[in-house]
Design a protein around this ligand. Structure first.
Ligand code: ZN
Length: 156
């Protein structure tokens, strides 16, 4: 799969994406994570494994990922691990819904920029519909992890 034509993205956004790709934040695994899920995007072979740890109040205290794939998918994963810390699972889910809406063009980016952190840099990806899946992979993986966690803990 071809990399994104970066010359069509704004320079600043390009820099932010490449910085997260080359220097990923929170890359690695957590010991006995409370939530864990693996996501795979067959369109370009992106893989993300997400690990989260909650405190006793249900707040995400640690977030880490491993994976491989295109710069968009890995940068988005890195940004996710920074953004979700300090949120509970409802808030993290709301952030996921928001980002999905933004990437699908259902919500204008301008209105929500301050909550987005470096996700803002991914807005140019909307011009490349097939790459939206790359940007959303980590968030879809987060949603899966939350569903799995809730199913598991409600049965316990
Ligand atoms: Zn990709």
């Amino acid at each position: 799969m071809q990399e994104i034509p970066f010359d069509e993205l704004d320079d600043l956004y390009q820099e932010v994406i490449l910085d997260h790709y080359r220097n990923p934040r929170n890359k690695g695994e957590l010991e006995s994570p409370d939530l864990q899920s693996r996501g795979f995007n067959p369109f370009c072979g992106d893989e993300v494994i997400l690990n989260l740890k909650l405190d006793t109040q249900g707040i995400i205290r640690e977030a880490a990922f491993t994976g491989q794939g295109c710069s968009i998918s890995q940068a988005a994963s890195s940004i996710l691990t920074e953004l979700v810390k300090g949120n509970n699972l409802e808030e993290a889910g709301a952030l996921s819904d928001l980002f999905r809406g933004l990437m699908r063009g259902e919500i204008p980016f301008d209105e929500e920029l301050e909550r987005m952190g470096d996700l803002e840099a991914l807005q140019g990806v909307r011009q490349f519909p097939i790459r939206i899946k790359c940007a959303l992979l980590a968030w879809a993986t987060l949603d899966d992890a939350v569903v799995e966690y809730r199913t598991r803990t409600s049965q316990a």
